[in-house]
Design a protein around this ligand. Structure first.
Ligand code: PLP
Length: 390
């Protein structure tokens, strides 16, 4: 079939592909240790499920406003004030089908052919593809272990041209697990204002911080950067709600109106009763305890996985302080990340993500959003694989 040209410009999601292969092997009865999925292994907290069930029973089953249920938009306004000291109105918010869709809407609403969007690598797989789908040009800036895989203000400044429209910031980061310190955020904000470009801050892992790491939303740095900042967020990671598909975009009223127009002709409103679950996630006081229990479990697994990997000769990493990913340097093995991952899956039945998916071919990414038994068994198998290749 003759398909649209835009399709050929887009690379299929490698992370989803590896995950699918591992799941298929699992279905065949093969004992797979999977570190590939970017989703918590916990169930959604009971009170959130109850709120959605109640909404369903009360007949919240009809079309709603394309931009989201007013009650949820108000709950998001309160969350941004309470947790981020940011003052917005409901008109500044559109509820979307997950954080992925909020970013997609943003690109569609903001990016014209020829516009450049700066993306630090290693990056979340979908950023460059979304930019390309919108007709824009992704400008990838490679970061290194020396700066903990964080873009420096100088690197950002150098990458900006008169075509630059947007910079994508993701802290805590997928895939690196790094968190920009408040001072680093302030320094980046200075460049945004000085060069008069926009920044979208993907804060989906905001609640998953360890070892005292602090999250500062770039929008909160100054009124000048507030005017140039857009926030992309969602309920998937902190509340274990990946399948619910609820996220949101926060920004200037004109941008949100434009995104609502696009959403009104594409997906329309997010599933109505799912939005009531999201309201409970932000408004029910039991959520704090649920999130904290999950965060603590991730913190324990993180410590366990870094200790186990540290004992394997030939592998190195920077200890992550956010999200639930560990990125490991495999450059000593002389293999591409795809060769490494394919070998590991075939020979040792361990599924991890090849760094090529996020423009870091000398790395692999492990998600430790899995149980401790899988971590112990899987890293033991990784050690066996590595030993056979050195
Ligand atoms: N942003 C980042 C950095 C992510 O890792 C993900 C999911 O993996 C998303 C956004 C989108 O999440 P969702 O669409 O499930 O809300």
């Amino acid at each position: 079939m003759k398909l649209a040209a835009r399709v050929s410009q887009v690379t299929p999601s490698l992370t989803l592909a590896i995950d699918a292969k591992a799941k298929a092997m699992k279905r065949e009865g093969i004992d797979i240790c999977s570190f590939s999925a970017g989703e918590p292994d916990f169930d959604t907290p009971e009170h959130i499920k109850q709120a959605a069930t109640d909404a369903l029973k009360q007949g919240k089953t009809r079309y709603g406003p394309a931009a989201g249920e007013p009650l949820l938009r108000e709950a998001i306004v309160r969350k941004l004030q309470r947790e981020n000291q940011l003052t917005y109105k409901p008109e500044n918010i559109i509820v979307t089908n997950g954080g992925k869709h909020s970013l997609y809407n943003l690109m569609m609403a903001m990016i014209d052919p020829g516009d450049e969007v700066i993306i630090p690598a290693p990056y979340w797989v979908s950023y460059p593809e979304m930019v390309k789908l919108a007709g824009g040009t992704p400008i990838v800036v490679k970061t290194t272990a020396e700066t903990q895989f964080k873009i420096t203000p100088d690197q950002l400044r150098e990458a900006i041209t008169d075509k630059t429209k947007l910079f994508i910031l993701n802290s805590p980061s997928n895939p690196t697990g790094m968190v920009y310190t408040p001072d680093e955020i302030r320094a980046i904000a200075q460049v945004i204002v000085e060069k008069d470009i926009y920044v979208v801050s993907d804060e989906i892992y905001e609640r998953l911080l360890y070892d005292g790491a602090e999250h500062l939303s770039i929008a909160a740095v100054s009124p000048e950067v507030f005017d140039r900042a857009i926030i992309s967020h969602g309920f998937a990671k902190a509340y274990s709600m990946t399948g619910w598909r609820v996220g949101y975009l926060v920004g200037n009223v004109d941008l949100i109106k434009a995104a609502s127009k696009i959403q009104g002709h594409s997906t329309s409103n997010v599933c109505t009763f799912a939005q009531y679950g999201a309201i409970a996630a932000y408004e029910d006081p039991r959520s704090n305890e649920s999130v904290e229990l999950m965060r603590q479990a991730f913190a324990e697994r993180r410590q366990a996985i870094v200790d186990l990997v540290a004992a394997i000769p030939g592998l190195s990493y920077i200890k992550p302080d956010g999200a639930f990913y560990l990125m490991i340097d495999i450059s000593k093995f002389g293999m591409s990340s795809l060769e490494f991952c394919d070998g590991l899956l075939t020979e040792q039945k361990v599924a991890v993500i090849p760094g090529i998916a996020f423009d870091a071919d000398d790395h692999i990414r492990l998600s430790y959003a899995t149980d401790m038994a899988t971590i112990e068994k899987g890293i033991d198998r990784l050690a066996t694989f590595v030993k056979s290749k050195l």
